[in-house]
Design a protein. Structure first.
Length: 181
């Protein structure tokens, strides 16, 4: 089989204004199909790694970027109203955060849910283009912080009803694409 190996792919007319990079070098993905739960402690600064929702990637060039995408369904035990925040970490350091402001914790994404009962969950979509500037292995994680102490669930509604109105079994995906710089 023939192979073409290049360091960078750029359109013949150059990159459009404001764009960066060229082609996709590699793709790494974590897929979570199991329903999981873990203990969390309430507090806007109490960040907890989401169990089994991480991935590792080794960039091939220091100028390359990593496009992070996470899509997942989550809930907190039997809470009618709650706020969850999420953030990315690269080797344990938070990246892709909103602004720092008095009484507000920077996050990558947040979601609040108000419900008339305890059956709801929410679907989170997170995307971020990171510039790690390294060719060493990187571990990315998604962390959660929220207003409820108790159990944080992935891939299930709060009470896991068998009622067909609430019965869904989703998957959660966490994907990293290395983009040539």
């Amino acid at each position: 089989m023939s192979q073409i190996k290049v360091d960078s792919i750029v359109p013949s007319g150059g990159l459009p204004a404001g764009s960066d990079g060229g082609g996709i070098i590699q793709v790494v993905q974590t897929v979570m199909t199991a329903k999981t739960s873990q203990s969390v402690t309430a507090g806007k600064s109490n960040w907890t790694n989401i169990t089994n929702f991480s991935l590792s990637i080794t960039p091939s060039n220091t100028s390359n970027k990593i496009l992070l995408m996470a899509d997942f369904m989550c809930s907190v035990d039997a809470a009618r109203y709650f706020m969850n925040a999420f953030r990315w970490t690269r080797n344990g350091t938070a990246v892709g955060l909103g602004p720092t402001e008095t009484n507000f914790e920077p996050a990558s994404s947040s979601h609040s849910r108000g419900s008339y009962d305890n059956n709801g969950a929410h679907f989170v979509n997170m995307h971020y283009l990171d510039s790690p500037s390294t060719t060493s292995a990187i571990t990315y994680r998604v962390q959660q912080a929220g207003e409820r102490t108790g159990l944080f669930y992935m891939n299930r509604s709060n009470l896991n009803y068998s009622n067909t109105n609430y019965s869904h079994n989703p998957i959660s995906t966490f994907t990293a694409l290395e983009i040539s710089g």
